[in-house]
Design a protein around this ligand. Structure first.
Ligand code: G16
Length: 546
């Protein structure tokens, strides 16, 4: 069987590639202005079908989103059969296909791919796709559907939903009827699975005070409205920033990224969040989560991905011990260079900790190496993975006391509550609420697990971020030559100083992170390192570090 070349050419001609642009499948797929992504979407439809054929007709996911980025941006990422990110080698194939200048060269690139990867075109191709609430999403999904049609694949439209729900659906579809069945392959199935596990985990615990949820005016608002129906009175959620129709409000002065980068409460919550009350923020596609609270003096305290990892890991370790599995099940942590030095010190004195480059796929793969792998990026993107062997142990272990039996049940319910395919704000929020309910922790008590070192993240707009190359899990620069030595020299002058520079995988910027013992020093170090970067690349004066 060969490719339906004529149909592909006909439809490809309707989705021409903009001549001046070069696309790159980066940390989170293709991501740029929504207005220029039409050809990319069409081609991704075909690529997803080829990936499915290559994997014997397994369903591949396609998510149309630009997550925390501004509303005008959009993007697309592929989801592999177990709900994880696309295999790295295929990122290169995606980039090649997206950049073929004409329909003919695109078809040539397809033929080469089919031949090199020995793709059996007679196999079925199945794709499930979804999008977030961005205004550009509808047209981009149409382009994607043209791609799916051009190659004769089977497409299932999951509509407007969160990124983690799409990941869940992919895994649910591919495990249906097997011993690894992940859940019903519907949004309702997802809601039922999470809420049932949550209710079991908090049964008998005093109910927590209401939680304010900032939905970033994104698709998380829809998911929160749904889960509220399923949770009943087990958890009181008060959603804010739920406007998904007014142009320009998505992720604007709200959401997890706003909270993390500004280290401030979204202004819209200023009159809402009361001292002592817990609040949390999702990002635009609901795969990141940040918590916070105001103390008695009205001071803002952020509980980021590192704090979530510490809270959750400690809880799981306790349960594993209480279940009598301490010697059998090992819990480990995966972080990135952005993890606060305070968190790494706290965690590393208790558990094995690994540092990997930014990007969920790196964390996910490293976490798979542990029996229970807890991974969170400081930006609130993360989850917990239980290895198949660990799952089996939880299911078959015979507890010898009622206390062991209770702990084992909790662990089993956690495997159901946690979305193990990818970071999921909704599932992570319920997980945090379970731990807080079990420990009777307020935000302040959770916060006191360890003290964060003051830190600052800034970005420098550069012409070519590709000249910045790193090593040691992005903690050191190898290029441009000589820059790392200058950074080292600067860092040495600050107590508990640490700083690194890395090119973003999602924006045309270089990110600079710095931390130090005192707030003004962390800020100063960040801006001085950003200044070094800026001088190095001879930046545009209008684009000084922000
Ligand atoms: C994506 C990735 C994250 C990463 C973030 C920022 O998040 O999934 O792993 O931390 O981009 O990446 P960078 O610093 O390379 O721009 P999201 O939530 O935007 O999909």
């Amino acid at each position: 069987m060969s490719l339906p070349v004529e149909l592909i050419r006909k439809l490809a001609d309707q989705h021409p590639k903009p001549a001046s642009l070069r696309f790159q499948y980066g940390t989170a797929g293709f991501r740029t202005l929504g207005t220029v992504l039409d050809s990319v979407m069409f081609r991704v439809g075909i690529l997803a079908a080829l990936r499915s054929k290559r994997l014997d007709g397994k369903t591949i996911g396609v998510m149309v989103t630009a997550s925390h980025n501004p509303e005008a941006d959009n993007g697309v990422k592929l989801v592999d059969p177990r709900g994880e990110m696309l295999e790295a080698a295929w990122e290169g194939h995606a980039t090649i296909l997206a950049n073929a200048p004409s329909s003919d060269s695109f078809i040539d690139a397809l033929q080469i791919l089919v031949k090199n990867l020995k793709i059996d075109l007679s196999k079925p191709a199945r794709i499930i796709y979804a999008r977030d609430t961005r205004p550009s999403g509808g047209a981009l999904v149409s382009a994607l559907e043209d791609g799916i049609k051009a190659i004769g694949a089977e497409g299932r439209n999951a509509g407007v939903t969160t990124t983690p729900i799409l990941h869940y659906l992919v895994r649910a579809i591919n495990t249906k009827g097997t011993k690894d069945e992940y859940g019903e392959d519907s949004e309702e199935g997802y809601m039922k699975k999470l809420s049932t596990a949550f209710k079991k985990l908090v049964a008998g615990k005093p109910s927590s005070p209401p939680l304010i949820v900032d939905c970033a005016n994104g698709v998380g608002a829809q998911a929160i409205a749904e889960i509220i129906q399923y949770l009943g009175d087990t958890l009181q959620l008060i959603p804010h920033n739920t406007d998904t129709t007014t142009p320009g409000v998505l992720n604007h002065a709200s959401g997890a990224d706003f909270v993390k980068t500004t280290q401030k409460l979204p202004p819209s919550l200023a009159s809402v969040l009361k001292p002592g009350q817990r609040g949390c923020s999702f990002d635009g596609d609901a795969d990141r989560l940040m918590y916070y609270y105001l103390d008695d003096r009205g001071q803002f305290h952020m509980l980021d991905g590192d704090k979530i990892a510490a809270l959750v890991a400690a809880f799981i370790v306790e349960l594993v011990k209480a279940a009598g599995l301490e010697e059998i099940v090992r819990v480990g942590i995966v972080q990135t260079a952005y993890a606060n030095g305070g968190s790494t010190k706290y965690l590393a004195s208790r558990l094995p900790v690994r540092c990997v480059p930014t990007g969920v796929k790196h964390l996910h793969h490293a976490a798979e190496k542990y029996d229970v792998g807890v991974y969170f990026e400081a930006n609130g993107h993360g989850t917990v993975l239980f290895s198949p062997e660990t799952d089996e142990i939880f299911r078959t272990h015979q507890p010898s006391t009622p206390a062991q039996s209770t702990a084992l049940n909790h662990l089993l319910n956690l495997t159901q509550l946690i979305n193990q395919t990818v970071g999921d704000a909704l599932s992570d929020m319920l997980l945090v609420e379970v731990v807080l309910a079990h420990k009777s922790y307020s935000g302040a008590e959770w916060d006191s697990l360890y003290v964060d070192l003051p830190n600052r993240l800034v970005k420098v707009v550069v012409v070519d971020r590709n000249i910045f190359r790193t090593e040691d899990a992005e903690r050191r620069l190898v290029s441009p030559p000589g820059l790392q030595a200058k950074i080292d020299e600067l860092v040495r002058r600050y107590e508990a100083g640490r700083a690194f520079v890395r090119p973003s995988g999602t924006e045309d910027v270089v990110r600079v992170y710095a931390e130090a013992m005192l707030r003004p020093q962390a800020d100063e170090l960040a801006y001085r390192v950003a200044g070094l970067v800026y001088d190095e690349v001879g930046g545009d004066p209008a684009k000084r570090p922000v």
